[in-house]
Design a protein around this ligand. Structure first.
Ligand code: SAM
Length: 304
């Protein structure tokens, strides 16, 4: 039995995050990743990942030899997703012949203590919390929060000279190919929804977070030491099959756009949206749909 069978409430989102793994694997900027490797503290660092979801990043960083010892904290507002992550990481470890086992507040994976923290980021930053982190990670998350409001508090979670790695930050450009006459209107409305949405009672992200992070990081006194693009590029193989579970990933992206535009009928006529979705659905089924999303990665340090 997998986590997806056990937690039907969040299974769709958990499956989306699992399906996203191979897309992120290709996208993460290797120049910025090399910067993280250079800055990574020796020994057994404490890593905090905010908005960690299923925990696919800790698995990736173990696979890529970036982490292995110490403590890795997965913080997320979605408790069911964290419950899923316990099982997902156990399954992942078993598939690699790594030992894993439960801990009171998480699990051991190989030589790494993985702790699960259920918290909304804004509230977590306002409250008192434990020891500072050596490394702070946010993957596909900063475009979901009010970065200027959140960044100073986030950086206070780091030890002096601590490292941040902020990756897969959406930057205002989604391309679906082949083109459709409603593409521009659909994307304009989708970006407007991103710019105006509220979650947890707070503004929740910007469609141009990626490019704005250059300035936000500088203004916070932690300019990026390396930056680069981490575009998602998803297409089918010559036989029309998408890699891994990436057809599901694409269906989820189309579903997200559909949900966002449901309340934006003043910007895209329901019939136009329905046609756009139907055409995209058929292209996906035929293995013809190509999806590209422009994103940016950053690595840097807090002052000593
Ligand atoms: C797009 S998912 C990315 C998950 C994971 N980092 C990954 O790349 O697979 C965004 C995650 O951030 C979490 N999240 C969004 N807003 C949050 C907030 N204000 N506080 C804590 N977690 C949040 C969501 O629950 C979700 O798991």
């Amino acid at each position: 039995m997998t986590c997806f069978d056990e937690a039907p409430m969040t299974s769709g989102y958990a499956r989306y995050l699992a399906a996203k793994t191979t897309v992120d694997d290709r996208a993460l900027n290797r120049h910025v990743l090399a910067g993280l490797r250079r800055l990574m503290p020796a020994g057994a660092p404490r890593v905090l990942e905010v908005g960690a979801g299923l925990g696919t990043m800790v698995a990736r960083l173990m696979d890529w030899g970036v982490v292995g010892l110490g403590e890795y904290i997965l913080l997320d507002a979605d408790r069911q997703l964290l419950d899923c992550s316990r099982r997902w990481l156990c399954d992942w470890a078993a598939a690699r012949g790594l030992r894993s086992g439960p801990l009171p507040d998480g699990l051991r994976v190989g030589d790494l203590r993985v702790r699960l923290v259920h918290a909304e980021l804004g509230r977590y930053l306002e409250a008192a919390h434990g020891p500072l982190a050596d490394v702070l990670i946010a993957n596909a998350v900063l475009d979901l929060v009010d970065v200027p409001a959140v960044l100073p508090g986030l950086l206070r979670l780091l030890v002096p000279g601590g490292v941040y790695w902020f990756t897969i930050n959406y930057d205002g450009e989604s391309i679906f190919a082949p083109g459709h006459p409603s593409d521009d209107r659909v994307m304009r409305a989708y970006h407007r929804d991103m710019d105006e949405r509220f979650r947890y009672g707070r503004p929740a992200g910007e469609s141009r977070t990626g490019r704005r992070l250059f300035h936000y990081l500088r203004a916070a006194g932690v300019p990026a030491l390396a930056a680069g693009s981490s575009d998602w590029v998803v297409s089918a193989d010559p036989d029309g099959n998408y890699p891994g579970d990436e057809a599901y990933f694409l269906r989820s992206i189309l579903g997200t756009i559909e949900n966002a535009l449901r309340s934006r009928q003043d910007q895209v006529e329901p019939a136009d949206l329905a046609d756009w979705l139907a055409v995209r659905g058929r292209q996906l089924a035929a293995g013809e749909l190509v999806y590209i999303a422009h994103q940016l990665d950053f690595v840097g340090r807090s002052p000593d």
